[in-house]
Write a protein that binds this ligand. Structure first.
Ligand SMILES: [Ca+2]
Ligand SMILES: [Ca+2]
Length: 260
C-alpha cells in the first residue's frame, strides 16, 4: 500500500513538472490548467484503482450522487427548511446543490447567486450552519476580475480556485477546506501560492508602470514572498478529478429531489 502511494506521488510529481509554471500555464487560461490536472489525476486513479477492488469502490463512492445516497431525514429536512428560508429572504437567481465535500456522509449545501457568489452550508449537531465567514456577503465571489469560480474534490475536503490579477500577469491558485472544529471554510495553505508573468524591473514585487505592458511567457513561482522552483510549486498542488462547485438547481427542483 505504502509502495503504491509512493509510486503515485512520484508519478504525479513527474507529470506535474510539465504543467505548472511551464508552457501550458503561460496560456493564462485557468481552465487549461484545470484540464491538465484532471488529465494527470485520471492517470493516477487508473493506476491505483487497478490495484484492488477496495480502491474501485472508494473511487465510486467519492462521486456518489448525494440525492440517492442514504442520508437521514433529519438532515434532509433541515436542508429543506434552509433552502425555503434562503429563497424567501433573497431575490435574484439562486441555485442550489448538495455535495459531499468531506468524507463524513453529511452532505454540504451549495448556494450560488448566479454569476456572483457561491456559499456553503453544512450540518452540525442538528442544525444547518453557514460555513463561510460573512453571511451578508453570501460567500466566495467570482465572475468578475478573472475568477471563473470554484471546483472541489468530492469527499477529499479540497476546494480549488484560480484568480487572475493584473490582467493575467499574476495567477493565484487557492485551496480551501472545511475546518472540522470551526465548521468554516478556511484556506489550506498558510501563504499565497501564485505565478507571475511579468518582469519586475523595479523589484517591488508588484507589476506596475511599464511592467504591466509586457507578458512574459516563462512564469516565476511564489509561495508568499518567497520565490520557489517549479518543482516545489508543483509539489504544493493538490491533484485530483475536480468537479465544479456551483448550485445548478432551482429551489423547487432541489426540494423535489430531497423529498424521499
Ligand atoms: Ca460533510
Ligand atoms: Ca514592479
Amino acid at each position: 500500500m505504502i509502495k503504491n502511494i509512493l509510486l503515485t506521488i512520484l508519478l504525479l510529481s513527474l507529470t506535474l513538472v510539465f504543467i505548472a509554471c511551464g508552457e501550458d500555464n503561460t496560456k493564462t487560461n485557468p481552465n487549461n490548467t484545470n484540464i491538465n490536472n484532471n488529465g494527470s489525476s485520471n492517470q493516477s486513479s487508473n493506476l491505483t484503482s487497478n490495484n484492488s477492488d477496495d480502491n474501485i469502490e472508494s473511487v465510486d463512492k467519492k462521486y456518489e450522487d448525494p440525492y440517492t445516497a442514504p442520508i437521514s431525514s433529519e438532515i434532509l429536512n433541515a436542508y429543506k427548511s434552509k433552502i425555503s428560508e434562503i429563497g424567501s429572504k433573497r431575490g435574484g437567481d439562486i441555485k442550489y446543490d448538495l455535495i459531499f465535500l468531506d468524507d463524513d456522509n453529511i452532505p454540504e449545501l451549495v448556494v450560488t447567486e448566479l454569476g456572483m457568489r457561491t456559499a456553503l452550508y453544512t450540518y452540525v449537531d442538528g442544525k444547518v450552519v453557514y460555513a463561510m465567514d460573512d453571511e451578508e456577503e453570501l460567500g466566495f465571489s467570482f465572475g468578475a476580475g478573472g475568477n471563473p469560480g470554484y471546483d472541489y474534490l468530492p469527499r477529499e475536503n479540497v476546494i480549488k480556485n484560480f484568480t487572475q490579477e493584473s490582467m493575467g500577469l499574476v495567477i493565484y491558485t487557492n485551496y480551501y477546506k472545511l475546518d472540522e472544529k470551526s465548521h468554516k471554510i478556511v484556506k489550506s495553505n498558510e501563504k499565497d501560492l501564485y505565478e507571475t508573468h511579468y518582469n519586475d524591473a523595479n523589484g517591488n514585487g508588484k507589476p506596475d508602470g511599464n511592467e504591466l505592458s509586457k507578458y512574459v511567457e516563462e512564469a516565476k513561482c511564489f509561495y508568499g514572498d518567497e520565490q520557489i522552483s517549479q518543482v516545489e510549486f508543483n509539489y504544493k498542488q493538490i491533484l485530483g478529478k475536480y468537479v465544479e462547485m456551483a448550485g445548478t438547481k432551482s429551489s423547487s427542483e432541489i426540494l423535489k429531489l430531497l423529498e424521499k
